[in-house]
Write a protein that binds this ligand. Structure first.
Ligand SMILES: Nc1ncnc2c1ncn2[C@@H]1O[C@H](COP(=O)(O)OP(=O)(O)O)[C@@H](O)[C@H]1O
Ligand SMILES: [Mg+2]
Length: 276
């Protein structure tokens, strides 16, 4: 039975991760968050807390609003024609929808990595890493940029594979390498939060395993929120899990609790594979 199998993964995982939510400081909090496209409500009254230096998995069937939630958190939802939003999202206790918040600077602190690796095709590997900074930060000295590039690629565990070909096109990389390049591009902006929208969905198991160990190595420095359809992945890497269904947050909490003793029958049904 899938549910029991996942429970087994998560209990092993808990020994290595084991950071109770209660010990952790909240970095992001949504309050009565609702979002719509053209009057169609997509997210409905979401109240969610995300702890600092933690991996939160967001799970739920296709179309339940997972990507929309990530886009609300880094203010990309508002870029879509016909979108509206109500409620508040506090990032370090400041509402990110406050007039005084510059969305471009906010997106540097809350980076979003998309499902399909999207490096800039006409740019080299090195320029891809730096591209997020060009908008918001002057980089003059070559030594500064060399250092930034190496640092971000080291953190994304891609440096050894690309250090001798930094000027090659980003398209010369494999899918898994391109996704790590996109993570390096987000890390170069020195974010506090990394949002990842199904980052492994187009990757093979070996590339997926690399991204998973990369995320585990980053979780002591960054707050990570990962949307995944892979329940085993959620069980393997996350400390906390949030379950969305039809635009509503059904429940969230420590992954161990969600996967072994969910409070809501809808969560149990989803984890047991009763509906997609
Ligand atoms: N740009 C858009 N315009 C209109 N509707 C959209 C747009 N993007 C997503 N939606 C709709 O919003 C709902 C939630 O989508 P999404 O957040 O992408 O779900 P998920 O990531 O969970 O699959 C779906 O019904 C989808 O059709
Ligand atoms: Mg999605």
């Amino acid at each position: 039975m899938q549910f029991q199998f996942l429970s087994a993964i998560v209990s092993t995982n808990n020994e290595t991760i084991g950071n109770p939510m209660s010990d952790r400081q909240v970095i992001l909090r949504t309050e009565s968050l609702s979002a719509s496209f053209e009057n169609k409500k997509i997210l409905n009254d979401i109240n969610l807390e995300i702890s600092k230096r933690n991996i939160m998995a967001i799970i739920g069937p296709s179309g339940c609003g997972k990507s929309t939630l990530l886009r609300c958190i880094n203010r990309m939802h508002e870029l879509i024609y016909g979108s509206t939003l109500s409620g508040r999202i506090y990032f370090e206790n400041k509402n990110i929808y406050d007039k005084s918040v510059d969305p471009i600077l906010l997106r540097r602190r809350i980076g979003l990595v998309f499902q399909k690796p999207n490096p800039f095709p006409s740019m080299s590997i090195k320029d891809n890493v730096l591209s997020g900074l060009w908008l918001t930060q002057k980089i003059n000295k070559k030594t500064d940029s060399d250092h930034l590039v190496e640092n971000a690629l080291q953190q994304a565990v891609l440096w050894d594979e690309v250090k001798d070909r930094l000027d090659d096109s980003s398209l010369s990389l494999s899918g898994g390498q391109q996704q790590r390049l996109c993570i390096a591009r987000a890390l170069a902006s020195k974010p506090d939060v990394l949002l990842l929208d199904e980052p492994c969905s187009s990757l093979d198991p070996i590339a997926t395993q690399r991204i998973e160990s990369l995320l585990l190595s980053l979780k002591n420095t960054y707050t990570i929120v990962i949307v995944t359809h892979n329940m085993r992945q959620a069980a393997r890497i996350s400390n906390t899990t949030a379950f969305l269904l039809s635009g509503r947050l059904i429940e969230y909490g420590e992954t161990t609790h969600i996967f072994t003793s969910p409070q809501e029958t809808q969560t149990e049904d989803y984890l047991s594979g009763h509906f997609d």
